[in-house]
Write a protein that binds this ligand. Structure first.
Ligand SMILES: Cc1cc2nc3c(=O)[nH]c(=O)nc-3n(C[C@H](O)[C@H](O)[C@H](O)COP(=O)(O)OP(=O)(O)OC[C@H]3O[C@@H](n4cnc5c(N)ncnc54)[C@H](O)[C@@H]3O)c2cc1C
Length: 440
């Protein structure tokens, strides 16, 4: 039986796990990355050169900073990055630029390079996999169980290929169905939302103006994120072009702004099912009915999909010689586009807590799994995780389709009045901007 010894074992090579392996290795720890495969991550993630990945993320400036720190930012396929310079949010379908109820946030106002960057998942995973320091050892296997040594000095990950990894600290970055969490018996609370998210990409006749758009209302929450035009794959857009060229011929270039957007439409499960079942043409028309003519004619490209949504979190993401990061620790509604950003916040704080302690430790044999440090990590993460869960949940409850016991007409009027005040109030908006861009 093979037994590998290391300081830290990271289980899971999604974005959070890859980032954790890079950051913890960069902080001076010996790291083993356990990845379920099928191939080692250094081979599994390729430079994206095909159609858009269905999964795209709005990456915050703070997350971009972490990616830069581990060397992954410069490894991203730059032509597939779309900056978000503006966010325009509306309390009802059909509203558009300049409407009195528009909430407009701009990078210019925030003195930031961008409010966020829209990046495909495969682009992120590839950039992180090539940034993995050579000294990070990869093991391609799944997790079968966890044991703790009798002397309390180590945790042992039992893998399904029969091997074992003995570490001072185990980091569970294995997503919402985390096996690490299950094997460690860490309780999770929360539940599913009455929402599924439809994700799809659309070609638009007008440029998106590097803007992220969002409409709340009876239809649910519909967001459009700008995509980089250069990622458009000729093969998979040819159909859309031909179809339109034969019709209105309206897909013409508009300045330098991209003309592809990523849709995240959160709505009730029945409606989501019907929207998917009716096919791409009908979905395009339904999106258009909410968005109006703002971006001109819109056509779905590629295959749409739906994801059930949940709000679940582990009240204590720390156990003996073990921490959880990313979706293993918390899942939230995607309406604020923050789930992965909060996960990368976990990674940044974990690497900072352990790295700072290690740097000020004089002797040899520093122990990254000592309870004091794990408690420090828990304290640092408690507030940002709770705040984001509360914000996303509150917005969903206030603006979602009529949930049981929520808004009758008076409450909706109050909500709309509050929205208007917020949208126009400079100080509040600036605070949101500061939070979004994490500026002091
Ligand atoms: C529709 C939608 C839109 C979203 N948009 C955004 C957005 O714009 N911005 C944002 O910040 N967030 C967004 N999110 C949230 C984001 O998708 C998640 O927070 C993020 O994907 C979680 O990453 P992770 O690395 O923690 O987990 P995962 O991506 O789930 O990765 C977990 C990894 O662990 C591996 N694994 C699992 N079990 C084992 C095992 N037993 N052994 C070994 N490996 C294992 C898996 O194979 C996988 O590689 C969105 C979510 C949804 C549903």
């Amino acid at each position: 039986m093979t037994q590998i010894r290391t300081d830290i074992a990271v289980v899971g090579a999604g974005v959070a796990g890859l980032a954790a392996a890079c950051a913890l290795s960069g902080a001076g720890f010996k790291v083993v990355l356990v990845h379920r495969g099928p191939a080692p991550v250094r081979d599994a993630y390729k430079v994206p050169d095909g159609p858009f990945d269905r999964r795209v993320y709005a990456i915050s400036p703070e997350s971009a900073g972490l990616l830069a720190d581990v060397g992954a930012w410069d490894a991203l396929a730059a032509g597939r990055l779309a900056p978000v310079y503006d966010m325009r949010v509306y309390p009802r379908a059909g509203l558009g630029v300049g409407d009195a109820d528009e909430l407009h946030l701009s990078a210019w106002e925030a003195h930031a390079d961008a409010l966020a960057w829209i990046i495909e998942q495969d682009n992120l995973q590839h950039a992180l996999s090539v940034s993995l320091p050579k000294k990070v050892r990869e093991v391609t296997a799944g997790l079968d169980g966890i044991d703790w040594t009798d002397d309390g000095r180590a945790v042992i990950a039992r893998l399904d290929d029969g091997s074992r990894v003995r570490a001072s600290l185990l980091v569970g970055a294995d997503g919402a169905s985390s096996a690490v969490r299950a094997h460690a018996g860490m309780p999770r609370v929360g539940g599913t939302y009455d929402h599924h998210a439809i994700v799809a990409h659309l070609r638009t006749a007008r440029g998106h103006r590097d803007t992220a758009w969002q409409w709340f209302g009876e239809h649910g929450v519909l967001a459009l994120l700008p995509l980089a035009d250069s990622a458009l794959d000729a093969a998979h857009t040819a159909g859309a072009f031909a179809a339109v060229a034969g019709g209105a011929g309206s897909f013409v270039s508009e300045g330098t702004h991209g003309r592809a957007v990523s849709l995240v439409w959160s709505t009730g499960p029945d409606r989501a099912g019907a929207l998917l079942a009716d096919g791409a043409e009908a979905l395009s028309r339904s999106v258009q009915a909410v968005v109006g003519d703002l971006l001109g004619e819109m056509r779905v490209i590629g295959e749409p999909a739906a994801f059930p949504l949940a709000r679940r979190w582990v009240p204590d993401p720390v156990a003996e010689r073990l921490v959880l990061v990313g979706d293993a620790a918390h899942q939230m509604h995607p309406l604020a586009g923050q789930g992965l950003n909060v996960g990368l916040g976990d990674v940044g704080d974990l690497a900072a807590v352990l790295g700072e302690a290690r740097a000020s430790f004089a002797g040899s044999g520093f122990d990254p799994g000592q309870p004091l440090l794990l408690r420090r990590y828990r304290r640092r993460r408690a507030e940002p995780v709770a705040a984001m869960l509360t914000v996303t949940d509150g917005l969903k409850a206030l603006f979602g389709p009529r949930a049981a016991g929520v808004p009758g007409l008076p409450l909706r009027l109050l909500r709309d009045a509050g929205w208007r005040a917020f949208a126009r109030q400079g100080l509040l908006r600036r605070q949101v901007l500061r939070y979004t861009t994490r500026q002091p």
